[in-house]
Structures are given as C-alpha cells and as structure tokens.
Design a protein around this ligand. Structure first.
Ligand SMILES: [Zn+2]
Length: 111
C-alpha cells in the first residue's frame, strides 16, 4: 500500500482566538498559534516586509493580538485566513505548515 502523503490533511480545527490545529494524513497533529501564523504570513506583502527587516505583524496602530475572523480552504492544498487587522491575502499551503511543524519538533528535540 502506498504511504499516505505527509502533507495530506485529515482534520482542520480553527480556534479563532488561539490558532489552527491540523491533523495530517500520517497522524501527526500540529498546532499553530495565531501570532505565528499572522507574523509568518506567506503573502507577497508580508514577505516584502520581512525581507526589509520589518515585522509583518504586529503593525503600528493595528490590533495588539491576532484573531482569526474567518478561514477558508484553498483547494485541497491550503487554507487562508481573514485576520482581525483586515489582512487576508496570505495562503498557507499545508506542505509549508507541515514543514514549520517538523522544524519545531526538531527544535524541541535539540533542546
Ligand atoms: Zn500577509
């Protein structure tokens, strides 16, 4: 039998005030806090800010905490969020989220 693709997502759980939990096809469960998701937003605008050495979040004058106002599946490969600061252009591919998650596990194990 073929191995399930690790980046296949079996379950998506959005807690608007907390973050996103994904359960991947291989059973790995990953939690992503709102602040991390918002700060590491993969859209071109936020990437440009980070490339310029500025935080993509929080922005001056913006809300001090990140809250998910809405979430939408993007095909079968990603998810996008409407944030409480009005930002909504970032699409988070599941395979990128999976590698964030794997990196954190590796960092935990190195501690
Ligand atoms: Zn963004």
């Amino acid at each position: 039998m073929p191995e399930p693709a690790p980046s296949r997502v079996d379950k998506i759980d959005v807690e608007r005030d907390r973050g996103l939990t994904l359960i991947f096809g291989d059973g790995r469960s990953c939690f992503f806090p709102n602040e991390q998701l918002r700060r590491d937003c993969p859209c071109a605008t936020c990437r440009g800010l980070r490339d310029a050495g500025e935080p993509a979040w929080p922005r001056p004058g913006g809300p001090p905490s990140a809250r998910i106002e809405g979430a939408e599946l993007v095909g079968a490969w990603g998810v996008s969020f409407q944030w409480n600061d009005g930002h909504s252009t970032g699409i988070y591919p599941f395979d990128a989220l999976r590698s964030w998650c794997d990196q954190e596990v590796a960092a935990d194990e190195a501690r």
